[in-house]
Design a protein around this ligand. Structure first.
Ligand SMILES: [Zn+2]
Length: 138
């Protein structure tokens, strides 16, 4: 899990939309209720828009009412990094893709069971990899 994805600014600009670039590479935040996944109920795995690393699962998504996609767990803790963010007056914990250091959003300690965590993630940082079902088919 240490083979990091690193690209130049130009390479990122070539592969991402301006909004995706602003959010993931410049630690931006999309406006609430504008992202494509805040109200999404489809099944699948949300992967990093920059490098395709699986980050969150639709089973862990819940309606937080904030206007951003919210999850109480990650797909795999190794895939998601955390960093203290003191850019505003309050202390927040930034959430990053461990593979390419994309800014994803923030995690707050006011989520539902079983973790009590709320991963508040920008739609622009995610791609939904839709799956029919986890169970094997005949
Ligand atoms: Zn990534």
């Amino acid at each position: 899990m240490t083979d990091k994805v690193e690209k130049s600014k130009k390479e990122w600009l070539d592969t991402l939309t301006p909004e995706q670039y602003r959010v993931t590479r410049q630690k931006g935040t999309e406006r609430p209720f504008t992202g494509k996944y805040h109200d999404c109920k489809k099944d699948g795995v949300y992967v990093c828009v920059c490098c395709g690393t699986p980050l969150f699962h639709s089973d862990h998504k819940f309606d937080s009412g904030t206007g951003w996609p919210s999850f109480h767990s990650t797909v795999h803790e190794d895939n998601v990094g955390e960093e203290e963010d003191r850019t505003l007056w309050m202390k927040r914990t930034e959430v990053l893709c461990n593979k390419c250091d994309a800014h994803l959003g923030h995690v707050f300690p006011d989520g539902p069971e079983p973790t009590g965590l709320r991963y508040c993630i920008n739609s622009a940082a995610l791609n939904l990899d839709e799956k029919k079902d986890d169970t094997e088919e005949g």
